[in-house]
Design a protein around this ligand. Sequence first.
Ligand code: FAD
Length: 602
Amino acid sequence: MTTNTSQSPVPLIQEKYNGAPERLSKEANDVRARLSSNRTLPTSRPRKGAVRLPPDVSSAEFETAIKELRQAIGVENVEVNDKALVDGWYLEHPNTHDAFHIAEQEELVSSATVYPGSTEEVQTTVRWANKFGIPIYPISIGRNLGYGGAAPRVPGGVVLDLGKRMHQILNIDAENASCVVEPGVTYFKLYEEIQKRNLPLWIDTPDLGGGSVLGNAIDRGVGYTPYGDHFANHCGMELVLPNGELLRTGMGAMPGPDGTDNPTWQSFQHAFGPSVDGIFSQSNFGIVTKMGFHLMPEAQHQSYCFTFLRDEDFEHIVDLIRPLAQKRILGNIPQLRHVIQELNVTGLRQADCHTGSGPLTREEIRVAAKKLPLGECSWVFYGTQYGSTNSIAEQLEIIKAEFAKIPGSRFFLPKDLPKGHYLHDRALVCSGVPVLRELEWLNWLPNGAHLFFSPIAPTRGKDARIIHEMIVEAHKRYRFDLFPTLCVAGREIHYIVNVIYDRADPDMKDRAVRMMRELIQKCAAKGFGEYRTHLLFADQVAGTYNWNNSAFMRFNETIKDALDPKGILAPGRNGIWPKRFRGKGWELTEKDVDLRSIGPRL
Ligand code: FAD
């Protein structure tokens, strides 16, 4: 298991493949201490039940199967999940269950974890799963927190933890500005290696740097340099298909001379014939063992932020961003955050700004924000410009002239703000330096955990207002603080809501589930669909993409059944169920608000 919550120092990357870089060691230990001090739950509790077996597998069959796999890939590489569950924290997360359990902690659990050490061992495990009919669920690092963590969708599935033994940076090509990585390569690891080699290249990192470069891209995660669309910037994959066969996509489908890899594998994504890469993202059609990425040549850059006074300025801000983004005057995908995010990213807890139960009042937010460096405001826009000093200055003049159209807007550079202000961390993320700062907002509540609600809306003020008002109203009614971060591109907005809850509060968890179910349904009625979701909401979200009698899902199911007739690979991921499970009560729909127990609803 990758869990260790003892107060020994947070493992460093030179000690553990998924550890923290030395430059962040103090910060990592400090943030862990703050999170622990806000925890009332015990580190672990004795298990209520025995090992959660895979569906349709008896305990004798499970024992035989485990014995056989141990013989094939080594006893130490197959671990039965029979010990107490430990939630840990971001950098010492479990690979046995969802650390942010919105269901009962023991519900969304694996029966075992397997650590393949090579592509061949992944193939062996896949063939083994077919033989015994055991569902397997691949993770790269397993830090998909807010979207299900490391948990398998089917309780009792076997987690394939690829990262522990497959974490090599296979190539960094400085001339081509690209790399090839195995699943266990984190943003931290890739960044540190590029620094060590002194290469003029950037990586693109999400808000937190502990995730897998490959795993995040497979789940179509986002970062914040101009290379922020991670899947769009991949180039070539190697995959194990559900029958154990090996496939290379893109130019990799053509062998290179004398048995080498094709020399253009990381140069041209689409190659010849159907471009199949997309079907391996957010799906359950293959296990990715290698993946190529383009890296951005380093550039001059300038981060900044604007503040806007009134909540009602929202629509106007969005309409001003659209042309700036479409004309590519904005350098990256900027973030528009409500000022309440200034409070929690500073490490403030709800109790520091609020008395009583339920969410903060608008007045409490105003009073607390007033004391912070940006002062009283409603919206904060975080952007970064790239290019030469002169071109950055010109771009900023255009942007300032646009935002000056909103009365009371103010402009800040990092030098205008104290050292600890979030803009300094934003500047790092937006120039490809992975950090940990965003962990602070998990401190908002005791035993803080969160669900991401992540719909896509058009970049048009009036549409943005419709979705925003629905989300505001639901948060009020369900009594949650609203933490919206909008990643605003030229034509669409990733409207990311962090629904923060206390893992020890069953009523709060119940309200969070009900609010998610309602928002998915209400947003879909207006044509706003999620770009990504937690495992337990995937069926409902998939069900909203139902144009023409759900032609899209029927297409996915056709592929699934052709590639995976035994239904062993990640059944239910992104709502795609193989024939063996389909229509047998595994799907969780909008009616399933009681998620305390997961299993067939018959
Ligand atoms: P994994 O958990 O390893 O993989 C994600 C999923 O992809 C797995 O569950 C699995 O279904 C599939 N998968 C993984 N590997 C394979 C494989 N080899 N073959 C087939 N399928 C595979 N996310 C963002 O994108 N951007 C952000 O800015 C961001 N900010 C965050 C801030 C906070 C405070 C937190 C807690 C989370 C944030 N996240 C963000 C969500 C999440 O932490 C990251 O997306 C993270 O990179 C995902 O976890 P991972 O990289 O370990 O991927």
